[in-house]
Design a protein around this ligand. Structure first.
Ligand code: ZN
Length: 295
């Protein structure tokens, strides 16, 4: 398995400021991120897979030159829970297509939303997803052997499949399936579930119990402040919108104490790169603090 050897921070997609500064193509993103002090980038295929191979390969070359770890977010319309066989199989194809784009980009992680309950029972939706995932790992064998990781995401809306327990179960199906822990979603789905360092400790304990330390160490992550209603996730905000949680500094402490090396992708609206840098700075301040305590 292709594992990350250090913690990394970066944005999902391109900040507004990237375009305001006159940049036009994501080919320019890796250098832009490097100059900012960031080292990860999630390329979004959420609205469709329409990137040209040539462009993707150029982004990949730049990413490799500037040591930016690229991940890919697969389309939002994937629904592995669909009771219609044809739709579910199309969803598998979208994931396979995203894997192919990932190879062009030199990315080694594919994030995807597993599916939705619609009118099915939760159990039935989960059974459908599990069956489709088994089919997927079979069809994606070559990609997985080359080190690509499938990263199903914890979801923020109650009717979506993607509680922490559901995602961790999916991860037990194959060693190349690791969780995308979206802490904003976990917080929103639990109607404000993350309020202390201990809340993060419990989440990461659960992950480690399910998939072991090595894979926990390399988890994929999304982080942003999030607004929620009784149905869960409502809207992503920025780190400056402090009326919304969760708080990153507690998570940074747990990451340091457990020597974890996740990739942390920031999804703040419009300022995803700026906020990714804020997360990195919070983490680095905590490292300095913990070193001083140790001395
Ligand atoms: Zn997502």
């Amino acid at each position: 398995m292709c594992l990350n050897n250090r913690i990394r921070f970066g944005p999902s997609g391109n900040s507004d400021s990237f375009y305001k500064e006159g940049n036009k193509s994501s080919i320019e993103m890796p250098k832009w991120l490097y100059d900012m002090g960031l080292n990860a980038y999630e390329y979004s295929l959420t609205r469709g897979i329409n990137i040209k191979e040539e462009t993707a390969r150029l982004i990949g070359q730049q990413a490799s030159k500037y040591d930016i770890a690229v991940s890919v977010h697969a389309p939002y319309y994937i629904n592995l829970a669909s009771p219609e066989k044809e739709k579910a199989e199309k969803s598998i194809q979208y994931i396979l297509d995203s894997l192919e784009v990932a190879t062009w980009l030199g990315a080694n992680r594919i994030v995807f939303h597993p599916g939705s309950c619609a009118r099915m029972s939760r159990q039935k939706a989960n059974e459908n997803i599990i069956n489709m995932l088994k089919q997927l790992v079979n069809q994606a064998k070559d990609y997985l052997q080359s080190g690509l990781l499938l990263c199903p995401e914890t979801m923020g809306k109650i009717n979506q499949i993607g509680t922490l327990d559901e995602i961790l179960y999916f991860c037990t199906l194959h060693e190349n399936i690791i969780p995308t822990l979206d802490f904003g979603h976990i917080h929103a789905r639990g109607l404000g579930a993350i309020n202390s360092k201990d809340d993060y400790v419990k989440i990461l304990d659960k992950v480690e119990n399910a998939i072991g330390y090595e894979r926990t160490r390399n988890f994929h992550s999304h982080f942003s402040h999030i607004e929620f209603t009784e149905r869960g996730e409502k809207k992503h905000w920025t780190l400056s919108d402090t009326e919304y949680g969760p708080e990153f500094s507690f998570l940074a402490e747990v990451i340091i104490e457990r020597d974890l090396t996740p990739i942390i992708i920031c999804e703040s609206r419009g300022v995803m790169a700026e906020d990714a840098l804020r997360l990195k700075n919070i983490y680095e301040e905590k490292i300095t603090l913990s070193n001083n305590v140790n001395i």
